[in-house]
Design a protein around this ligand. Structure first.
Ligand code: AMP
Length: 544
């Protein structure tokens, strides 16, 4: 017997229809690439998205065709997404921070027919033009007055291009499992892999994200997605915000401390999300200028482990609640979020911080378990760590153009992370499986050590890698960037670990560097550090 409910396919353009009808006046404010602040609302975003859809169709773009976007978070990028999805074409966010070779590789692999691009990224793409074979037309996300001279074939300013359509157009309707978006994972080795989101997975993910124990956002929020749309769907916020009718503030190209502070303050932003690197820049700016954050209520921090000192500072100094979150491109991306369940809600001080250092618990729609190397499930005791596996309706089951099944027999996807799960469902990452340090057969968590090290007042950034060592196999090396104008001795930094971790976890040495290399999504590039220090020899230390 079947249920007798309506067949209402979960299509992404229904989200912008809903926003335009029920949250019509809500502003979408952008720091434009051209400079000035631009303000629009969901009615206009929808109207212009319809013109994008109509115009794409006139250019011959059809169901399943891929449209690349190389763009910052702006109202035009938002319109483009909905316009592309509204005819069943597929937005393909390309991370402009990738190496040029990777950009051309993924555009060719995805077979993008159209490219929408911010003026700031034109120089990168002009150099690659000969290699971007499938691109038939380039739409530059600006107006005629700001259109730079370009050597790209068939380049046209976005505003001219959509002005050729009147918007008298109806969305297309199709199966909810149709592809809606694509994003390649920024693998540090090998070729990137294409993750393909469907309309259904995007809509379900947005509903999961909005829950009170997830992002906890609503129509009264003013949301600043600092995390770019090209980084794992900007954690779903380009879909979740219109779905719940929240106002949006789009940061454009400027993600530095002063620029983000100005938006937070001027537009009374209540909710924001980004990787720790962004918040490091903001906190430094606040401290240096004695500024406060009177309007901001919640900040979601993820993408890499959030340092304890950062959570503490946001909460104790600025009165902003921190939600530590974990996810990955393959998960659309949300996996866990760190709201406090009743079991932990009454905790204060260090005990509360201990829980907030965990990456949080999964919303409905994410199943998770930890397993050992023989795939045996491990206990959820908050101590035992193993390979973290996940499944759910917004988790990838395969990569684009790869026949290989990436799931195990139970339908679980191996995240490549090593984690603990506690009895209340909180997950804590201890490492990437390839970054964990194996010393004398025991595992040392590089993330725990990094988190402690950045708590030192003189340290700007820290990375810990395993380096070969004859007796123990591997030992931890602490790589440090000091804050500007600071100096510190090795002993001073290593002494900082005393009493905070098991003695044998203490790194054997410290290397001071000017800069730590990052991947295109802002994560520490451990492969590059391991390469740099591969011939490094440790000094003799007591425990050896
Ligand atoms: P990406 O697909 O580029 O978003 O990268 C996903 C990976 O980032 C995860 O598998 C984790 O290794 C890492 N990651 C994301 N969020 C966190 C977090 N809060 N703490 C530690 N690692 C994280």
């Amino acid at each position: 017997m079947l249920g007798l409910m309506q067949d209402w396919q979960l299509l992404c353009h229904r989200i912008i229809d809903h926003a335009a009808l029920y949250h019509a006046e809500r502003p979408v404010i952008t720091r434009s690439i051209e400079g000035p602040i631009h303000t629009t609302n969901y009615v206009e975003v929808r109207a212009r998205a319809l013109r994008v859809a109509q115009r794409l169709e006139r250019d011959g773009i059809r169901l399943g065709d891929r449209v690349a976007t190389l763009a910052w978070n702006t109202w035009r990028h938002l319109e483009a997404w909905y316009g592309i999805m509204g005819i069943g074409a597929v937005y393909h966010t390309v991370n402009p921070r990738l190496f040029p070779d990777q950009i051309s590789w993924i555009i060719n692999h995805a077979e993008d027919r159209v490219m929408m691009i911010d003026t700031s990224f034109l120089p990168i793409v002009e150099k690659l033009a000969d290699r971007l074979k499938p691109i038939e037309r380039t739409i530059v996300l600006t107006d005629a007055a700001h259109m730079p001279a370009t050597t790209l074939r068939n380049a046209v300013p976005y505003e001219d291009w959509i002005s050729e359509a009147d918007g008298d157009f109806a969305w297309k309707y199709f199966d909810e499992n149709t592809a809606a978006g694509m994003c390649y994972t920024s693998g540090t080795t090998g070729n990137p892999k294409g993750v393909v989101y469907s309309h259904r997975s995007n809509v379900l993910h947005s509903m999961m994200a909005a829950q009170a124990d997830a992002m906890s956002v609503c129509s009264r929020d003013i949301i600043l997605p600092v995390v770019p749309m090209f980084h794992a769907n900007c954690w779903g916020l380009a879909l979740t915000s219109p779905m719940i009718g929240a106002a949006m503030v789009m940061p454009g190209a400027k993600l530095d401390g002063p620029s983000i502070y100005q938006l937070l303050d001027t537009y009374r932003v209540s909710f924001t999300a980004a990787v720790p690197t962004v918040w490091l820049m903001l906190l430094q700016h606040l401290e240096a200028n004695n500024l406060k954050l009177p309007y901001l209520k919640n900040v979601v921090i993820g993408g890499s482990a959030c340092p304890r000192a950062m959570i503490q500072k946001f909460q104790d100094v600025y009165g902003v609640n921190v939600c530590h979150a974990w996810g990955m491109t393959e998960m659309s991306p949300l996996g866990t979020l760190g709201s406090l369940k009743p079991e932990y809600a009454s905790l204060t001080g260090e005990a509360r911080l201990d829980v907030q250092m965990k990456q949080g618990h999964p919303p409905f729609g994410v199943d998770m378990k930890i397993v050992d190397d023989s795939d045996r499930e491990l206990p959820r005791d908050g101590k035992t760590f193993g390979r973290l596996k996940v499944r759910g309706p917004s988790v990838a089951r395969a990569y684009f153009k790869e026949d290989r099944n990436v799931l195990d027999d139970g339908g679980f996807f191996d995240t490549g992370d090593v984690a603990t799960l506690d009895r209340h469902g909180y997950m804590q990452i201890t490492d990437r499986s390839k970054d964990v340090i194996k010393s004398g057969g025991e595992w040392i968590s590089s993330i725990d050590l990094e988190n402690l090290a950045v708590g030192h007042p003189k340290v700007a950034e820290a990375a810990v890698i395993g380096v070969r060592q004859p007796k123990w196999g591997e030992r931890p090396l602490l790589v440090i960037v000091l804050k500007e104008g600071q100096s510190a001795t090795k002993d001073e930094l290593l002494g900082f670990f005393d009493g905070k971790i098991a003695k044998w976890w203490t790194p054997d040495d410290v290397a001071f560097v000017d800069e730590i290399p990052h991947t295109a999504t802002g994560k520490i590039q451990k492969t590059a550090l391991r390469e740099r220090f591969k011939d490094y020899a440790f000094p003799a230390v007591a425990h050896q």
